[in-house]
Structures are given as structure tokens and as C-alpha cells.
Design a protein around this ligand. Structure first.
Ligand SMILES: [Zn+2]
Length: 285
């Protein structure tokens, strides 16, 4: 955190020309992708543990004061930029236009990703958008327009099956895909899994220690009972499925006690569902 402060002190309010200011912005935009790459690394290699944090979420929040969602969307955007860069380099001849630009901001990257998850098509969409923007950086709406044209020109319908197979996004405990607004919630599934694994390790360690010479004063059963509570809390508290009582209806959700206005439930809350609620969950697409 001290580094951040020093940095802030460096930023001075001196009058600058438009070019100066734009150069600053450009540099910052490039740095965004570097930040995203660094974050992805920290998450993948679980370096947040090294920094003394238990979860990536905690790390992002405490260390940098931004949410895991923000970090995740930044990382996703970076992946789009990488896809586009790779494909643009690879298919100089097949793309409709020569592209010498890459997406500069998250909004652009998100618009591309929303259009398609297929790297080759992402590059095509980007190329078309740049072309339509007269060789300039396209805006997100321009990208969406270009995406519509690109997918319309393809004989196959917009890659539903691909979507399902390759990047279906988070699913609930029934294996059903959750709405986008709950994506971040159900994406924590792996973290819950890691935590459960960790607790199993703790159990082994307790048993080993209790059986050894230095463990005579440990109360094995009490410790194992406590651990059992912890394991149950994790197991029954993790995101289980959508709320079958308010059923994606925002107004009902505001008054919904079953999910406590969250729109999703843990296993315990799921068990409080009535038959109609469970039936709705089963009948979902
Ligand atoms: Zn609800």
C-alpha cells in the first residue's frame, strides 16, 4: 500500500497538452492489460496465499481495494485481447481487413466476448468493427453491430453448441447453467472445492499430530468435531442453485426470505423449498 501512496504523490496537477494527456491515457490502457495478466497469474498460481490471504477475493479486496468481480472481468477481457492478437497475427491473409489495432479497453473486450467465445470469430468481429470505424478504435456498440454482421454472414447459427461444450459458464449443482447475473456466484465453486480439500488435509494433520508424541494434550475428538462443523458449514453453505421461490423475478426476489434476496440458495435453503419451487428448478432450461 505504501507504494500506491508514493505513486499518487507523483501525479501532479500540471497543465498538459492534449497529446500529453492522451499519451498518459494510452500508457494507462496498456497497463490495464498488464495488471490483468498479473492478476491472472496470482489467481492461477495461488500467490495470494504467499501474500498472506486465504482467498483471491480477500486478496483483491484487501490488497488493492477492488472486488473479485472486477478482477475476474479484467482477466476475461485480457483473454479476449490475447485471442484477438493471436488470431490477427495468425490469419493476416484470411481476415477481411488488415488490423493493426487491438482492443484497448474492457468494454470493447466485453462486447467481443458477448458476441462470441470462438477466438477466430472474435478476431473477425474485431477486424470488421475496426473496418467499420474507418480504421479507428471502434466503440462497444460498433463492435456489437459488427458482430451481428459477422455472425449473419455465417451459415451456421451463432454457435450455440460450441458455447455449451467449450465455455458453458458456471452451472449449479443440478448441472444447469445459471443466468449471467449469478455467474460470479457460481464461479466460486472451485474455491469451495479447494477449501473442502484443505479441510480434509487439516483432518489428516490433526490425526497425525494426535497420534504422535507431541499431541498428548490435544483433544482429538473436540478438534475433529469442530472441524466437522466447519466442513458442514462449507458443504451446506456453498452456492447450490437458483432460488426456486422468487424464480428470476426481481420484484419477488426483493421480498424473498428463502434466498434472503440473493436469487440463489445454498443447500440448506434449497431444502426449505416447497414442491412448486423444486418443480420450477427442475423445469428450467
Ligand atoms: Zn428467492
Amino acid at each position: 500500500m505504501p507504494e500506491g501512496r508514493e505513486h499518487m504523490a507523483e501525479i501532479q496537477r500540471i497543465p498538459r497538452t492534449l497529446q500529453d494527456n492522451e499519451a498518459v491515457i494510452k500508457r494507462g490502457l496498456i497497463q490495464v492489460w498488464e495488471v490483468a495478466a498479473a492478476l491472472a497469474d496470482i489467481r492461477e498460481q495461488r500467490q495470494y496465499l504467499e501474500a498472506g490471504f486465504k482467498t483471491f477475493e480477500e486478496y483483491c479486496q484487501e490488497r488493492w481495494n477492488f472486488s473479485r468481480q472486477y478482477a475476474a472481468s479484467l482477466i476475461q477481457a485480457k483473454e479476449v485481447v490475447e485471442n484477438v492478437r493471436e488470431q490477427v497475427n495468425k490469419s493476416v491473409d484470411t481476415l477481411s481487413t488488415r488490423v493493426d489495432k487491438l482492443p484497448e479497453n474492457e468494454k470493447q473486450a466485453r462486447a467481443i466476448r458477448q458476441a462470441t467465445k470462438e477466438p477466430a470469430v472474435q478476431a473477425e468481429v474485431w477486424a470488421k468493427a475496426v473496418e467499420d470505424a474507418g480504421g479507428e478504435q471502434p466503440t462497444a456498440p460498433q463492435i456489437r453491430e459488427a458482430a451481428a454482421k459477422v455472425t449473419a454472414s455465417k451459415t451456421a447459427p451463432p454457435e450455440d453448441e460450441d458455447d455449451e461444450a467449450e465455455d458453458a459458464g458456471p452451472v449449479d449443482e443440478f448441472g444447469k447453467r445459471v443466468p449471467e447475473c449469478l455467474g460470479e456466484v457460481f464461479a466460486t465453486d472451485s474455491e469451495f472445492g479447494e477449501l473442502a480439500t484443505l479441510l480434509t488435509t487439516v483432518k489428516k494433520r490433526i490425526n497425525a499430530l494426535c497420534s504422535g508424541p507431541g499431541g498428548r494434550w490435544l483433544h482429538r475428538q473436540d478438534m475433529l468435531d469442530d472441524l466437522q462443523n466447519l466442513q458442514s458449514a462449507v458443504k451446506f453453505g456453498k452456492p447450490f442453485t437458483e432460488c426456486g421461490m422468487c424464480r428470476r423475478d426481481e420484484q419477488k426476489r426483493e421480498k424473498c426470505d428463502t434466498c434472503k434476496h440473493r436469487g440463489w440458495v445454498c443447500k440448506r435453503a434449497y431444502e426449505q423449498h416447497d414442491a412448486a419451487g423444486k418443480a420450477w428448478l427442475e423445469g428450467r432450461e
